[in-house]
Design a protein around this ligand. Sequence first.
Ligand code: ASP
Length: 325
Amino acid sequence: MRRHLLSIDDLRREDIERILRLAESFAEVAGREIKKVPTLRGRTVINLFYEASTRTSSSFGIAAKRLSADVENVTAQGSSVDKGESLKDTVQTLSAYDPAAIVFRSPHAGAAALVARWTSAAVINAGDGKHEHPTQALLDLYTLRRRAGPLEGRKVWIVGDVLHSRVARSNILAFGRMGCQVTVCGPPTLIPRGVESLGCEVRYSLDDLGEADVVYALRMQHERMKGSFVPSLREYAACYQIDGRRLGSHQLLMHPGPVNRGVELAAEVIDSPQALITQQVESGVVVRMAVLYDLLAGGPAGPGGGHGARLSGEHSGEAPEPQPA
Ligand code: ASP
């Protein structure tokens, strides 16, 4: 029985299916003029971000508000973290407000699991260092399935800085769990040793990229690099950039954002109809609504009652009743 979402490893295939179904029902709400349901009325969601974010923080905020929760945003900068307060004291301070959930991002791998030990709120990992970013992986599955249909058997190539990417780790697990064949590709310096054990193949060149149904490009995570991993960005781009020549017309392109134009992706593919990048952002809201709903409202306690739900098969996964708030 789970109360948090810390890793894709926490989820069985049926849990992922349930969350994707919930997201579909929230997509219906997103299509209305009034995009709000009362599910989390009177409950508080705290977004605690210790690292930069555009998409994840804004979409969690919008998702929680569309579920009628009260949302408080706390960033390390400008908070008492600047005055030397520890993570544990910060979490305990915020927990005094009795939040239903803390959405947490940190530059440190494993930090979300620590936070989960210090609070009675549900903790959602919004990216912890190079470890995991589970809601990104869920929204990627959702986006791909909506565009391309069933995921089973799809060939997904994840290209770029796999070593420093939490998105790569979560996506290898998530695509694998849904029956996709995952290949990671990049220069040997940016592929973690033993990554095959997560359930993927490894390639060091784009020669066979044509076999992929989906090309998932990653940014160079300079903020986590100590030292230099490629001779130069120009050389890196020459060998690994996805451009109009390398992306076949039958292939779909994904990227978690932010894109460094001209490095991992050429402008012509970013703006091509094969790119799902904007759809990924759009999916972020409904998938994060689904995760919040699943953790906070879907369980035995139900809407309005206690810290109810769980991410591992506790309830039917029936669509929420989408009444206006
Ligand atoms: N936005 C994603 C993350 O936070 C990917 C990236 O930053 O490149 O991990």
